[in-house]
Design a protein around this ligand. Sequence first.
Ligand code: TMP
Length: 208
Amino acid sequence: MIGRMITLEGLEGVGKSTNMEFVRRRLEAAGIDVDETREPGGTLLAEKIRDLVLDTADEPLPDLCELLLIFAARSAHLENRIRPSLDHGRWVLCDRFIDATYAYQGGGRGLPMEIIVRLEDWVQSGLKPDLTILLDTPIEIGLERIRERGGSDRFESQRLEFFQRAREVYLSRAEQEPERCVVVDASRPLAQVQDDLAKIIDLYLSNF
Ligand code: TMP
């Protein structure tokens, strides 16, 4: 049996880490063998590329180079971890994936969407998440949470408008693909957010 791929998406400070764990536990409680991973990253090589993408270095990282690095990391992640897991019937739960590329590199950086579409075709060869949960909050709430925890990688230090554009892309993709994407209002108290997550996962599982 082929496994399924579930992705969690959202801007910084929406509570992805806490909710990743919640979703993993919910799946495991249903007897599912879960491979929890993240992007950029997920393999030794892809984690090295992640450092290149996130660290502020002496030399500027051109936007196109950033995009190519993200797809390079994804290629390693797909071939060396995601596809083998799926082939073994494991479920892959991934903290960010292709929707983040459209949101951050397409929306935030303003790179042409056609380039991302072509790279997606080339690198993913049709592989898409089966279910994507988008944790959504107004930008200000997420940025405030980042400020509180003192984050300042290359993305966390972006301006408000960058995240506004990224959020718009996330929401419009979710609207265009309602059969794959579910949007959760993550500005509410955690218990309510997790109540929704539990319902989404249970509904998804009930369709098997
Ligand atoms: P995070 O895993 O701590 O959220 O950090 C990953 C960062 O990488 C986050 O700021 C978003 C960014 N990113 C992209 O810009 N494009 C992508 O395709 C992915 C997967 C992540």
